[in-house]
Ligand binder design. Structure first.
Ligand code: PXL
Length: 299
């Protein structure tokens, strides 16, 4: 994507939680985007002992009260971000803070990417990761209408457009319907992750706001659930966009990375779902390439 880069190497502000164990959010975003040759400045939304899926008694320190102060300090320093990329939010008030921050960053041409992290019906019964996350929906809809790229999974996509979770499989007509409805919220490009488009295949569905075209990017299929792949995916997507890739090429590169991380994970059946995926062994080699397998088709 055409974005003016303000810094010696691209600089991303990552607005996510820091969960000590379980590999989500900043413990994925920072290493992955750094390995792509891009600087990451975290704006943490909360500090947790673990993420909230299948762990009980985790600690949760809400950092809402810190966020405006951190942003003000950065403004005094005159920092410019080439992208602002957000994920898990710790409170509904944070969405207002983030909206102001994203709007400010847009005035000087930053790329804005929102992963509207709220839930996953494949993992949790009622869809939402936790009860408190349900309160984020209204603010998340507004935010998704104001940015360049959104990357909901199917559960989050349906929440954002007030539709019922479809179950499996999701046919091409439904995929295009979701992409259209999501783009009507106002986001320029849309990537819906973890779409089961048949009984044994999974894809990312992409709407390219520059061309109006819709695509499916094949993710490969493994008959097992994985946690934390959304943050891995959007981290690579954001990094690739900053390096000048188009939305569909970036979506393709990200799908290939997640695929390899999943392949590395299934070699270790002892790893529990809640421990996340082994992306670390893939980091060193994946981003050195100049060409990536083409995994997408237009629909
Ligand atoms: O992106 C997933 C995620 C991030 N952060 C926290 C979570 C989850 C999903 O469970 O609990 C704290």
């Amino acid at each position: 994507m055409e974005n003016k880069i303000h810094n010696a190497i691209p600089r991303v502000c990552a607005v996510h939680d820091l969960s000590g164990f379980g590999k989500v959010s900043l413990t994925e975003v920072i290493p992955i985007i750094s390995a792509m040759g891009i600087e990451v400045c975290p704006l943490p939304t909360a500090v947790l002992s673990t993420h909230t899926y299948e762990f009980k008694d985790y600690t949760f320190c809400d950092l809402t009260g810190q966020m405006r102060g951190i942003i003000d300090h950065w403004n005094k320093l005159g920092l410019r971000f080439d992208a602002v990329y957000s994920g898990y939010m710790g409170s509904p008030e944070q969405l207002g803070i983030l909206m102001d921050f994203m709007k400010q960053a847009k005035t000087y041409g930053a790329l804005t990417v929102v992963d509207p992290v709220m839930g996953d019906s494949e993992l949790v019964n009622n869809g939402f990761y936790s009860e408190s996350v349900a309160a984020l929906l209204g603010g998340m809809k507004e935010l998704c209408g104001a940015v360049d790229v959104i990357t909901p999974n199917v559960t989050e996509a349906c929440l954002l457009i007030d539709e019922k979770y479809p179950g499996r499989p999701v046919n091409n007509a439904m995929i295009k319907h979701y992409l259209k409805k999501l783009s009507e919220l106002g986001a320029k490009h849309v990537a819906i992750t973890s779409v089961m488009d048949s009984e044994n295949s999974m894809c990312v569905a992409v709407y390219d706001g520059d061309t109006g075209k819709c695509y499916k990017v094949d993710c490969g299929y493994v008959n097992r659930l994985f946690h934390g792949t959304g943050d891995v995916y959007t981290s690579v997507l954001t990094g690739a966009l900053l390096k000048g890739e188009s939305i569909i090429e970036a979506a393709n590169i990200a799908a290939g990375f997640v695929y390899k991380a999943i392949q590395a994970t299934i070699r270790h059946p002892e790893i529990k779902i809640r421990e996340g995926v082994l992306f670390e062994p893939v980091l060193a080699s994946y981003f050195n390439k100049t060409e990536y397998d083409k995994r997408y088709v237009e629909i």
